[in-house]
Write a protein that binds this ligand. Structure first.
Ligand SMILES: [Zn+2]
Length: 324
C-alpha cells in the first residue's frame, strides 16, 4: 500500500539473509533469517530473499499489499540508482546483476536496492548513535569491512553508488589476496574472513595454539569468534591475529578521518564483540596515523542498533529516498 508506514527491510549479508517488517519508528514487527548468501548463485539468493520476505510478512500477519515497498541492503558494490549489483565477493555471476528489477518483477512491488553498510548507516543516522551528525560515517567490522556516509542529512553514495567502500582501499599492493581480487586491501587483514584466513595459515604451519583444540578437525572453518575466544583465553597466536586485524581496522578509520573529516564515526558489526582485543590496536593505529587535531574533532561511538541496523535502514530507505 503506497503511503503505508510499514516497509520490508532485507539484509543480504555475507553470512545470513534477514527480512523484517519495519514501521516508521524503526520497530521490527517480525523477522525471518534464512541460510547464508556467501558464494551462492543469484537465482538461489533471490529465491531465499523471496522466502524470507514471505515468512516475515506471515509473522506479522500481513500481505505484501500492506507495505509501502521493500528495501534491500546487499553486501557488495551496488549502484542503487540503477538497481544493479556491480560486484560481490569476486563472484562473476553478480557482475552488473539487475537484482532490483528482477525482484520487482517477481514480487510486483517497489524495491529499493542499496549497499548493506549504507542501509545500516542510514539507520544509525536516523534512529541510532549518529543522530544529529552533520558529517557521519558508519563503519561495519564483521564478515567484511565497509562503510556508509551521511552528509548534511543525505546518504552520500558517489557517482555510481560505491562511495564508502573503505575495505577495498589498498594498503599493501603485495599483500594477501582480497575477496575483490586485488591484493592487500585493508579488508584483506581487517575483517572476519581475513581473521579466519590468518588463523588457518597459522594452524597449517603447525604452530602450537589453542585454536587446534577449539576448531577440532575442521581448521578451515575457524571463525572470527573462535579466534577471539582463544585470544581471550590467553592464546598468543590468536591474540596476534586479533591485533593485526585491529591494527588494520584502525588504518581504515584513519583514512576515513583524513578524507572525510567526519564529526562522528559509528562502529558496528559482529567483531565489535571482541572489544579491546581489536579496539585497542585500532585506536593506537588511528592515533599513530592521523594528526591529533583531526582525531579530536571526531566522535567515535558504538552502534546502538546493533545487528538490526541494516534491516531497519533498508526499510527506512523505502520511504526516505534522501540520497545525494
Ligand atoms: Zn578488496
Amino acid at each position: 500500500m503506497l503511503g503505508s508506514d510499514l516497509a520490508i527491510g532485507v539484509d543480504v549479508g555475507g553470512t545470513n539473509i534477514t527480512a523484517g517488517v519495519v514501521n516508521a519508528q524503526a520497530r521490527i514487527l517480525s523477522r525471518c533469517t534464512v541460510q547464508s548468501h556467501s558464494g551462492r548463485p543469484p537465482d538461489e539468493v533471490i529465491q531465499a530473499v523471496i522466502e524470507a520476505i514471505a515468512a516475515a510478512l506471515a509473522g506479522a500477519d500481513l500481505t505484501l499489499g500492506a507495505v509501502s515497498g521493500i528495501g534491500l541492503g546487499f553486501a557488495g558494490h551496488v549502484n542503487g540508482a540503477r538497481g544493479l549489483v556491480l560486484t560481490s565477493s569476486n563472484l562473476p555471476a553478480w557482475n552488473r546483476h539487475p537484482l532490483r528489477d528482477i525482484l520487482q518483477e517477481r514480487l510486483a512491488a517497489p524495491v529499493r536496492l542499496e549497499n548493506d553498510a549504507n542501509c545500516a548507516c542510514w539507520a544509525e543516522y536516523r534512529f541510532g548513535a549518529g543522530k544529529g551528525s552533520r558529517a557521519m560515517c558508519y563503519v561495519t567490522f564483521s564478515t567484511g569491512f565497509g562503510a556508509g556516509i551521511v552528509i548534511d542529512g543525505k546518504l552520500y553514495t558517489g557517482a555510481t553508488g560505491t562511495a564508502g567502500e573503505i575495505g577495498h582501499t589498498v594498503v599493501d599492493p603485495d599483500g594477501p589476496l582480497c575477496t575483490c581480487g586485488k591484493r592487500g586491501c585493508v579488508m584483506a587483514y581487517a575483517c572476519g574472513m581475513a581473521i579466519s584466513r590468518m588463523a588457518c595459515e597459522r594452524l597449517e604451519s603447525g604452530e602450537r595454539t589453542l585454536l587446534h583444540d577449539l576448531c577440532g578437525s575442521t581448521p578451515s572453518h575457524v571463525s572470527g569468534e573462535v579466534v577471539a575466544e582463544a585470544a581471550r583465553q590467553g592464546d598468543a597466536v590468536a591474540k596476534e591475529i586479533m591485533t593485526i586485524a585491529g591494527h588494520y581496522f584502525g588504518i581504515g578509520l584513519s583514512t576515513i578521518v583524513q578524507v572525510l573529516n567526519p564529526d562522528c564515526i559509528v562502529i558496528g558489526g559482529g567483531l565489535m564483540q571482541a572489544g579491546d582485543l581489536v579496539m585497542e590496536p585500532a585506536m593506537q593505529a588511528l592515533n599513530a596515523n592521523i594528526h591529533p587535531v583531526l582525531v579530536d574533532s571526531t566522535r567515535i561511538v558504538s552502534s546502538t542498533l546493533g545487528e538490526d541496523a541494516g534491516l531497519i535502514g533498508a526499510g527506512a530507505l523505502v520511504r526516505e529516498a534522501w540520497v545525494w
